[in-house]
Design a binder for this molecule. Structure first.
Ligand code: HH2
Length: 312
């Protein structure tokens, strides 16, 4: 029989609590199109929305010059990767056709690839031909919020390009993604999310994408009420146990507003920090955020604490 806590020395107890909260094992690197991203430090992915209508920063960076200035700011604040998106998933956002999406993205991606060559670029799209053009313009990663469900050509395009892919859990068609239309779950929402995500990862790998290029994302806020988003975050260790790098996109989202009572998304930075640090402790390695400086500092400090625990 094991010892009771009362019989353990303070040193033994603190060693055990350090290992309880130490970061679960994750792969050492994530392979992208032309480079390898180390995962020994939390990876901060800065969001660059070149959209007129995103939920928290819509319209601010739709002009390419404004987008470039914002990209330089995010990198100066410590972003490791930039995720560039031209179609909002916000409920009620106007769908964007592929030609318009390309016209918004390509000038920005080309300039970023030239001006910030050390920063891997991710393209947030669900469309194969947009992804193909973005990869030609220098993107390293394809981030698909439909989890490679909407466009059957996309996984093959990624396999041929050898790029990194982010497979995110979601349900339903484009207009329903960030709504509650499909937010019905049984007793264990996180297990259902994992089952569905597992199928999507299988489909992506079945199309030829190498497992070491895959990152997985539970899709916080996508077909998930606040309780579902909290449940998938709490269950991150089971997702991390698959062995892929885990990404979370909690930044400024509605569940943070519900927990904190903060209505304005731009004011949700402190709640976002809390969610990101919790996610790091539970196994996430990649953090998609609007507020890069806060995430960079908070995650680096949290990582340093866990690392000190591991050395004991
Ligand atoms: N969330 C959003 C967009 N893309 N990609 C991943 N992998 N994970 C996410 O959680 C995620 C994502 C929604 O946030 P945002 O880009 O700020 O808003 P909008 O869709 O309105 O542009």
């Amino acid at each position: 029989m094991g010892k009771r806590d009362a019989e353990r020395s303070p040193d033994e107890l603190s060693r055990r609590s350090a290992s309880l909260f130490s970061v679960p094992a994750a792969p050492a690197v994530w392979r992208l199109r032309t480079r390898v991203l180390p995962l020994d430090r939390p990876v901060v992915i800065g969001i660059l929305n070149v959209t007129p209508d995103s939920f928290s920063d819509g319209g601010r960076f739709a002009d390419p010059e404004a987008a470039l200035a914002q990209a330089h700011r995010l990198v100066a604040e410590g972003a490791d990767v930039l995720d560039v998106g031209a179609e909002s998933t916000r409920p009620g956002a106007v769908p964007v056709d592929a030609a318009e999406e390309r016209a918004r993205l390509l000038p920005v991606l080309r300039r970023l690839a030239a001006e910030l060559p050390a920063v891997p670029l991710s393209v947030d799209t669900t469309k194969g031909d947009v992804a193909a053009a973005a990869l030609d313009a220098g993107a390293e990663i394809v981030n698909d919020v439909s989890g490679f469900r909407h466009d059957p050509s996309l996984a093959q395009i990624c396999a041929d390009a050898g790029c990194g892919v982010i497979v995110m859990h979601s349900r339903g068609a484009a207009r329903d993604l960030a709504t509650f239309v499909h937010a019905s779950y049984g007793d264990d929402p996180a297990a259902e999310v994992r089952d569905e995500l597992r199928r999507q990862v299988g489909a992506v790998e079945g199309a030829g994408v190498a497992p070491e290029r895959v990152a997985v994302d539970p899709g916080v806020g996508f077909a998930k009420r606040a309780a579902h988003s909290l449940a998938v975050l709490a269950a991150l260790p089971a997702l991390a146990a698959w062995g892929y790098p885990v990404l979370v996109g909690v930044s400024r989202k509605r569940f943070i507003g519900e927990v904190t009572g903060v209505k304005d998304p731009a004011e949700r930075v402190h709640g976002t920090t809390g969610a990101n640090v919790a996610a790091l402790a539970l196994g996430a390695r990649l953090f998609r955020v609007h507020d890069v400086l806060a995430a960079r500092q908070a995650l680096d400090v949290a990582r340093a604490v866990f690392a000190a625990g591991e050395r004991r």
